[in-house]
Design a protein around this ligand. Structure first.
Ligand SMILES: Cc1ncc(COP(=O)(O)O)c(C=O)c1O
Length: 386
């Protein structure tokens, strides 16, 4: 009898994705052949420059933006920090309030803490039980002293899609700038900066099959945002530093792959697989609770609470599966997720939190193996009274 190899099923795509083979191939010539500095004055460098601009056009197209609104960065943390810091500096002290949701990634919340230490007034708006920002409370916080509002497009832990269009409409009504951290949305759902009506948007390459350490910040045309990194004047003087050409080319290729996947019904197929797993889990484990299902959410994300169990222990026991007990950035923070707190999940339940996130290569067979092994692990742990 042929033995099926016991390769773990990777369901942690919200932490990171592999680099797509097409992306690796697109990057390959830019290590040893087309290694020239894009700013150099000879024809080889001009070709590298053209590759960087081609990647910029691809990222812009994925966001429904113009090429000159895309600035390459080292990833989500840099883009978020730049957007917030510069978004406040833009006002030169005339506006000092920054409003964010209570469920932002540490890349945003730690920057908020820093801004507060520099004299900004920081307000965090709670969410409802589905993880959706409370627009009524946002309304109470907004006033003409608001410099900037930053709300993520999709939450990394629960997958909730925030009503950014509504946030932007309200924030713009008081003249504030609007930033959205779209790290978990770009490449998973359609993202259109015009429809969202944001001024700034964070893109993270390794969440959609580009390498780690590359990302972008969308800056609305006409917005004179202070530069991210001063120096040699690359990226139109907005973000200095010799360009990470292979990674930029990879990001461009990943953007094109994402556009094709989105146009070919990828998200719908993924959501169907997720829904099937959700149905199997809730049927087999009646005590389990699904988070965020009462609001629009990413089709790849399944956030599960197992009251009475510890999520980390479940995942340690379920050796077939690679998943998370929350964001990879605070996976050792059992029960401490700010997202779950804001959703009103009691701490003793939050300890039993598991996040399963699917990727483009996740198949029905993988989901079947994941479901079987997770269900049997959880049932055993409940029966042993853990
Ligand atoms: C919502 C969100 N924002 C920002 C980041 C930070 O991205 P990076 O670690 O690539 O800087 C992540 C990564 O986990 C994220 O999920």
């Amino acid at each position: 009898m042929r033995r099926i190899p016991d390769i773990p099923v990777y369901l942690d795509y919200n932490a990171t994705t592999p680099v797509a083979a097409e992306v690796v191939a697109a990057m390959a010539p830019f290590w040893m052949e087309q290694y020239h500095n894009p700013s150099s004055p000879y024809p080889e460098a001009a070709r590298v420059r053209a590759a960087v601009e081609d990647a910029r056009a691809a990222v812009a197209a994925l966001l429904g933006a113009e090429s000159d609104t895309i600035v390459f960065t080292s990833g989500g943390t840099e883009s978020d920090h730049w957007a917030l810091e510069a978004g406040v500096a833009f006002w030169r002290g005339t506006r000092r309030k920054v409003i964010a949701s209570a469920v932002e990634h540490p890349a945003v919340t730690e920057t908020l803490r820093w801004l507060e230490s520099q004299g900004a007034e920081v307000v965090q708006v709670p969410t409802d039980e589905h993880g959706v920002i409370r627009l009524d409370i946002l309304d109470q916080c907004l006033d003409p002293s608001t410099a900037m509002v930053s709300v993520m497009l999709a939450n990394n832990e629960v997958g909730t899609r925030q009503p950014i269009e509504e946030v932007a409409r309200r924030a713009h009504a008081v003249g504030a700038l609007v930033h959205t951290d779209a790290a978990q949305a770009v490449g998973k759902i359609a993202v259109d900066v015009r429809a969202l009506d944001v001024d700034l948007l964070t893109v993270v390459g390794h969440k959609f099959y580009a390498p780690k350490g590359i990302g972008a910040l969308y800056i609305r045309r006409g917005l004179d945002l202070p530069a991210g990194l001063p120096g040699g004047g690359q990226e139109g003087g907005r973000r200095s530093g010799t360009e990470n050409v292979p990674a930029i080319v990879g990001l461009g290729k990943a953007a094109r792959l994402a556009a094709t996947w989105l146009a070919c019904g990828g998200p719908q197929t993924q959501a169907a697989l997720r829904d099937e797993l959700q149905a199997r889990l809730t049927q087999a484990i009646p005590k389990s609770r699904i988070l965020g299902e009462g609001a629009p959410r990413l089709g790849n994300t399944l956030a599960l609470v197992l009251p009475g169990l510890i999520g980390m222990r479940v995942l340690q026991a379920c050796t077939t599966l690679r998943a998370a007990t929350g964001s990879a950035c605070h996976s050792n923070e059992s029960g401490g997720s700010k997202t779950l707190q804001s959703m009103g999940i009691p701490p003793e339940w939050a300890q039993g939190f598991i996040r399963l996130s699917l990727g483009r290569e996740t198949t029905a067979a993988m989901m079947d193996r994941a479901a079987m092994s997770l269900i049997s692990t959880i049932q055993t742990m409940y029966s042993e009274g853990e």
